[in-house]
Design a protein. Sequence first.
Length: 147
Amino acid sequence: MSEPTDGHVLVTRVFDAPREQVFRAWTDPDELAAWYGPEHVEVPRDGIRIDLRVGGRYEITMRTPRGAFRIGYDIVELVEPQLLVLRSDPMPEMGMPEPSVLRVELHDHGPKTRMTLSDGPYPAPGRDGAEAGWKAALTKLETRVRS
């Protein structure tokens, strides 16, 4: 299901939902707030800002038991409803001095959607945590979009 490559997380999932619905879950702030992040993370709706266009911003505030933090991205590629590519702001305070690239590809899989997510590069100690976080979040997404 996922294999590390040069510090990248790679996850493929098939969702029992049409591609447009899965894309909306990634790009509609109300939908994103309902599933983004692992179980111990809250993403308040008012902490999400999405300017959905190439050159736009995609920003998420996450609250954890240890405090809140914001993740910011530039939207570098966008093909609705099949591709979303985001370049993160550097987060040196979290051990990420360089930007990472999150790529979400959605493909029709009969009446379902096959999603391939890649994210990175992450420094070695952070890659496993990022992978676990994505897998937990995508399990929540799976429940959210299930037909």
